[in-house]
Design a protein around this ligand. Structure first.
Ligand SMILES: [Zn+2]
Length: 146
């Protein structure tokens, strides 16, 4: 990514581990990853960092083929939109208490209402944390003057 003519290629974020350049390039690109879900991920990453842990990103965009493999059909999902509204994290560096702490932090400060979610579930590539922002037009629906 270029910012003010300078190439920024530092794939390090506190508490966020991005294992591949493919995921890194998705994560930093606002046309591919909704900045709202990315901001949430970075806040949760900071919490993980303060716990001496990290959140490893395992998935952002999901292909039609992968969705069919998981659900048997191309089900609507925050991972199937562009920009993507959902990010998955591995549970492998986290124990039950870590997960509870992160979920509590989300519930206390980051749960901005309907369709924001941060859950652990076991679908697709196995147990993982799923972070999701609402549809981009949801705020407009909420705040539209009547
Ligand atoms: Zn997910």
């Amino acid at each position: 990514m270029f910012y003010k003519g300078k190439l920024i290629v530092d794939p390090k974020f506190n508490g966020i581990k991005i294992p591949t350049m493919y995921l890194y390039n998705q994560f930093i690109n606002s046309n591919k990853t909704d900045p709202r879900v990315r901001a949430m991920a970075m806040e949760l990453g900071l919490q993980a960092h303060l716990m001496g842990k990290f959140l490893e990103i395992t998935g952002i965009f999901r292909t039609r083929e992968k969705n069919i493999e998981i659900y048997g059909r191309d089900k609507a999902s925050g991972h199937r939109e562009m920009p993507v509204r959902a990010i998955d994290f591995s549970l492998k560096d986290l124990d039950i208490e870590d997960i509870a702490h992160l979920k509590n932090h989300f519930a206390m400060f980051l749960d901005n209402g309907s369709y924001w979610s941060f859950i652990s579930h076991d679908v697709g590539a196995g147990a993982h944390l799923h972070l999701q922002a609402p549809h981009a037009d949801y705020n407009k629906i909420l705040w539209e003057e009547v």
